[in-house]
Design a protein around this ligand. Structure first.
Ligand code: 2P0
Length: 347
């Protein structure tokens, strides 16, 4: 991390033209975040645990500008509507913390599919938090930055860090909840697995994960059971990573993801992200295991399936997933780095 180890100290020398560039990578949760206990502060119901990837980085530049409003460019297009409002609201938070009123030009480019359940909002808001904090002169240490990123998108709190990362649910409400709900790295890099991302669909999903988790919490009778089980899964997962037990890590992750999807299927109205193509990939994972390969699936809020396996098996697993059909593209990922500021921005 290249962020200064000072919690939210404001550098008052910032002026129009002040600019910072940050890079962040997506993460895939092995124990999922699904549901908030406080929407405004983005406090989760459960703790979660993820692996930051070394593919699909997002690069974001924030520059302070003169002008009546923020200007946001995402993947080469000027953002409007809900995606503009989400970035502008996040910048309002940074302005309130830094005591500044300047608007900003935000230019952000994702290298992975956006909004397709492949954690684009995690890398996006982690990079935005890093670049905006630096451009506005907000010296934030990594934990404070993780809490800030959480306000943009829950899973972004985890992408501030590399490797295996736990995001603590935190305790209490209001300020106590805000201060105690942050992510931190947990080590365990000796496990060093591969994650094969099986992309079956690049489309933006019909129901956002934000809306889907809201509906699941509010109406699914399966949700409390999943959330209670998730707390136990988190403890078991940490131990399994520590003892480098890939089959245990995989079994816990697969069960936790399938349980999350089961809880959504019983929401009113139901939410179903799994497509026939996702099921075909899940079948291929079962067939690999029947052949003695330790391969385990996890699925986020979309139809794409990610498969955890040992590095020694990654080529065979990727080839097996591609053989499922022409609709499957694979990318192989490993443990990746935390968010960093790019030298050369003037901050
Ligand atoms: C996760 N997901 O743990 C879970 C699993 C998707 C499925 O975090 O509302 O974009 O912005 O806090 O972080 C996706 O949700 O939601 C997500 P908000 P976010 O990775």
């Amino acid at each position: 991390m290249t962020f200064t180890p000072v919690e939210l100290e404001v550098d008052t020398r910032v002026e129009i033209g002040s600019e910072a560039v940050a890079v962040a990578h997506p993460n895939i949760a092995l124990v999922k975040y699904w549901g908030k206990r406080d929407e405004t502060l983005a406090l989760p119901v459960t703790g979660s645990l993820s692996m930051t990837l070394d593919i699909y980085p997002t690069t974001t530049t924030v520059r302070l500008i003169e002008g009546p409003s923020d200007v946001v460019e995402l993947n080469g297009s000027t953002a409007t509507g809900a995606s503009y409002a989400r970035v502008a609201r996040f910048l309002d938070l940074i302005r309130a913390r830094s005591g500044r009123s300047e608007h900003a030009l935000v230019v952000s480019a994702n290298t992975g599919p956006t909004g397709a359940g492949l954690a684009s909002s995690a890398s996006g808001f982690a990079a935005l938090a890093g670049a905006a904090a630096a451009a506005y002169g907000l010296g934030a240490d990594a934990r404070a930055l993780s809490r800030l990123a959480r306000r943009g998108s829950g899973s972004a709190s985890r992408s501030i860090f590399g490797g295996f990362v736990v995001w603590h649910a935190g305790e209490g409400e209001g300020e106590a909840g805000d201060l105690s709900s942050y992510a931190e790295p947990i080590g365990g890099e000796a496990l060093d697995p591969a994650l094969i991302v099986a992309v079956t669909d690049h489309q933006e999903k019909a129901v956002s994960s934000r809306e889907a988790m809201r509906r699941t919490c509010a109406s699914s009778p399966l949700y409390p059971g999943w959330a209670g089980d998730s707390a136990l899964a988190l403890d078991e997962m940490r131990k399994a990573i520590e003892r480098r037990d890939l089959p245990a890590v995989g079994e816990i992750a697969e069960r936790n993801a399938l349980g999350m999807h089961a809880s959504m299927l019983m929401a009113r109205p139901p939410i179903r992200y799994l497509s026939p193509q996702s099921i075909a990939v899940l079948d291929a994972v079962l067939a690999l295991r029947a052949d003695g390969i330790a391969a385990y699936a996890t699925i986020d809020a979309g139809p794409n399936v990610t498969v955890l396996c040992a590095r020694a098996d990654e080529d065979r697993v990727a080839a097996t997933l591609r053989a499922v059909g022409d609709f499957v593209d694979t990318r192989t990922a490993h443990l990746g780095p935390g968010a960093t500021l790019v030298p050369g921005g003037d901050r």
